[in-house]
Ligand binder design. Sequence first.
Ligand code: HEC
Length: 155
Amino acid sequence: MVMKGRCGIGVVASVAVATGCALGLLAVGAAAQDKPAQDKPAQDKPYTVVDGKVDKGTYNGWRRYTEACLRCHGPDGAGSSYAPDLLDSLKSMSEDQFKEVVVNGRQNVTSSATNVMPPFGTVEDVMLYLDDIYAYLKARSDGALDRGRPERIEQ
Ligand code: HEC
């Protein structure tokens, strides 16, 4: 599959790098606004699943999701009593909208309870692998991938 754009891999760890990376993602997002995710052809999917096994990026996305997001969004992206089901979210959300929320966070102030989605714009382990996290969740959302730890395609 096509190489995916990644920022900052191999660059010395620093908050400045992570922030620059986040801004880069947003800039790319703005430029690509005329291409809604839903209209993309099938070969443009951000993940590869063959016989239930996934490409390296999607596997890494599962790992990163498990480390950074699972405690609120539940196992396999399926939601919890605290945070929404991201598999549902990605059925209507574009990749750019998804990344915007992860970078900047969001607070639900309309309900009686206050649920906070923390901003990850300066968290390197999330920003560097945001494409992978999106790919993993998109595969789950599309029904292309089952629950649980995925197996990797041999390479
Ligand atoms: C501390 C708990 C917490 C963590 C950790 C967390 N989230 Fe969230 N997230 C939330 C809450 C709560 C909301 C709902 C915010 C609201 O009401 O607007 C949310 C909302 C979202 C949304 C918007 C969903 C929608 O339908 O609008 C996305 C996308 C999202 N989170 C992705 C992630 C990703 C990816 C990670 C891991 C990198 C992550 N979240 C980690 C609590 C969390």
